[in-house]
Write a protein that binds this ligand. Sequence first.
Ligand code: ADP
Length: 280
Amino acid sequence: MYKKMTELTYEELLKQIKEYKRKLREKSLEAEKLKSNFLANISHELRTPLNSIVGFANLLNDSQLNNDEMKTYIREINRGSESFLKVVENIIQQADIETKRVEMLEEECSVDNILDDLFSSYSDTLKKNSNLGPELRLNNKIKKKIKIFTDPKKLKYILSNLIDNAIKFTSDGYVEFGYMIENDDTIKFFVSDTGIGIPKDKLNVIFEKFRQVEEGMTRQYGGLGIGLTTCNNYVEMFGGEMNVESIYGVGSNFSFTIPMRQSVLKIPCKYIDKLACSMS
Ligand code: ADP
C-alpha cells in the first residue's frame, strides 16, 4: 500500500521522487529506441521495394530480352509496387486514425463474398510466388449466406492485415481464415496459422504502435509494427473486440468480433395478408 504524501518521511519522499525520475528516464529511452527503430524500419520498408522496381525497370530496357525474362521482370515490378503501396497505405490509415479523420461508411455487404474475394486474391499471390509458403484455407462451414451492414473496406483491411501477417510468419503448414456466428448480435472473424507463434510476454505488446516481437537491427522479418494497432483501432470503432491466442513455436490465432446488424428483409404482418391476396 502507498502512504499518503503527508505521512512520508523526508527520506521516503526522496526515494519516491528518485523512483519516479528513474521510471520517466526509462520511458523516454524506450520512446527514443522505438523512434529510431521506426525510422530504420521505414527506410528499409520503402527502399527495398523501390530498389526492386528501379532495378527491374532498368533490366527491361534491354532489347535482347526473351518473353519469359520480360514476364519475370514485370512480375517483380508489380510485386515491388504492391508492397510499396501497402506500406504507404498502412502509414496513411494510422495517420488518419490519429488525426481523427476516419469515417465509418456502412453498407449492406455479403460476408461470404468478402472472404471469397480475399481467398482468391491471396491464392493467386501465393501461386505467383512459386507455390512457396503455407497452404491457404478458407473455413466457410456456415451454410447460410450472411449479409450484414458494415464498412466493407475497413473489414477487408483488418482481414488483409491479419492474413498478411499470418503468411509472413508461417513458412510451413497452413493459414486458415473464416467466420462464425457467436450469437444473434455478434459475428466473429478469425485468422489462424501454424507459424512461429508469439511469446506470452509479447501478446499485449504487439498491439502497441511500432512494437514487434523482434526489435532492433537483427530482425528477420520486415514490417513497421503499425498494422495490428490500426486493426485494433478499427475493431474498436466497429464496437467489437480483438483477441489473440498463440503458442510460441506452434502458431497463432487472431480473432475479432463485430456487432452484427443483419440485413434481413422484414415485412410487417399487415402487408403479408395483402401480399398473399395479390398472389392468389
Ligand atoms: P508488422 O507485421 O508490420 O511488424 P503488426 O503491427 O502487424 O506489424 O504486427 C506487430 C508484430 O506482431 C509483428 O512484427 C510480429 O512480431 C507479431 N505478429 C503479428 N502477427 C503475427 C503472427 N501471425 N505470427 C507471429 N507473430 C505475429
